[in-house]
Design a protein around this ligand. Sequence first.
Ligand code: FAD
Length: 391
Amino acid sequence: LPPIEGDFYHLGDEALSEEDRALQLKVRAFLEKEVKPVVNKYWLKAEFPFELIPGIAALNICGLTYEGYGCPNKSNLMEGILAMEMARVDTSMSTFFGVQSGLAMGSIYLLGSEAQKQQWLPDMQQMKTIGAFGLTEPEVGSGVAGGLTTTAKRIGSKWILNGQKKWIGNSTFSDVTIIWARDLDDQEVKGFLVRKGTTGFVVEKMEDKMALRIVQNGLITLTNCEVDEEDRLQNANSFKDTAKVLKMTRAGVAWQAVGCARGAYESALHYTRTRKQFGKPIASFQLIQNHLVEMLSNLTAMQTLCFRLSQLQDQNLLTDEHASLAKVFCSMRTRDVVSRAREVMGGNGILLEYDVARFVADAEAIYSYEGTKEINTLIVGRAITGFSAFV
Ligand code: FAD
């Protein structure tokens, strides 16, 4: 069994079958052996480790919960645990994977026609085809539901897309990017599968990010970009359909926050046991133990919440507000855990080679994407009061 440091109440031991536990350990071993040694180098250079993709694909975890199309059809709980495992070693790699397996494949799985699923999902599952998800725009982030400005105009069997998308993860190298645009005729938001190299589709890499530096985020400009009707997501008819994808992936981001916190906690615990001051390991000091226990409390609360979240998802009972509450709570608690981890490491807490500095930076991205704290709070607030406070 893996060390229990970050799983104090043995949630993993209880909940997983032997087969799933073996998969968790296999993924963990790959991450420790292949990802951990190179991750700080890539993070610093803000480059993506393309040579790791075949190894990740060979784990056969992409599209983990989907049925058919070569996907493993495992539980949402297992998917959450693997998102945590990835983020525990590197949050950027878990984001890359989440965009591919959740946002991009999930859009096609939930909203594509049978022919579109057959066409795209098997190769995406094997990561031979890489996907991206383009919703956010330079001037419209939280307000995308009503405020999306990218347009789609149908002319015969073609659609003409115009507008810009900002922050789009994987888009600098993706083979297919799902672009969400407003239909100029019925004013509804629709999804389009835009292939790499399409005329009028230009991607510029966003430079100088201070978090998730390995994730390649793109600024996309669509200028009279032509897409065939057969590449429109056939079952995406309004933003309500887009929101179905976001509900699923938001639950994954909550788990990702757990992983980021767990990675920082484990690094800090190890450090405090070995670092000596005043002739003693710093872990023996009461004030340091207080930080460690606060971190563990937060981590355990987050894990427990996410376990229940995934159980609800597995029972088909997950609501938007369930996913939002978990995302808000975990992204806030993660900020607290990583900052305490940084604190107990003194000066070394800001050195990349000790890993925690990377977790501190990456927690900031988790905090803002897939719905900010305020937006997810308002989703929960609306559900419990019956009043929408968005506008
Ligand atoms: P804004 O919407 O401008 O918000 C600014 C502030 O105002 C926030 O604090 C917000 O909570 C607050 N605010 C807004 N409205 C209200 C309100 N009604 N009441 C109270 N407060 C409010 N997008 C994609 O489509 N695809 C991707 O792959 C993707 N990847 C990303 C990766 C990273 C690293 C990051 C940072 C972002 C990514 N995003 C992606 C975009 C992300 O989803 C947005 O950043 C997020 O939705 C917030 O939008 P914004 O940054 O424009 O902030």
